[in-house]
Design a binder for this molecule. Structure first.
Ligand SMILES: [Zn+2]
Length: 85
């Protein structure tokens, strides 16, 4: 799948974190919770969040939200279209 995801509208959406494509992470409460007394540097926390969080992309063409989860060797993509007013 490389650095792109094909949206349901057929547009290619970049998922490369470092190319300025507006990629976000959806950090769960679990991912943000650290055990009591656990020391972790900011870099370690960022690595942990990358490993445990879904990526959130926005399709510029159709405004869909795209959630990506690459954990456990499985690649799961979910699309969410905005509701019509
Ligand atoms: Zn789209």
């Amino acid at each position: 799948m490389g650095s792109w995801v094909r949206c349901k509208c057929d547009e290619l959406v970049h998922k490369n974190w470092f190319c300025g494509a507006g990629v976000s992470l959806v950090a769960s409460e679990d991912a943000l919770d650290l055990p009591d007394g656990h020391q972790m540097s900011a870099n370690q926390l960022v690595d942990k969040l990358f490993a445990e969080s879904d990526m959130l992309l926005r399709c510029w063409n159709c405004a869909r939200i795209i959630l990506l989860n690459e954990r456990g060797g499985e690649f799961v993509v979910k699309f969410f279209a905005p509701e019509e007013d």
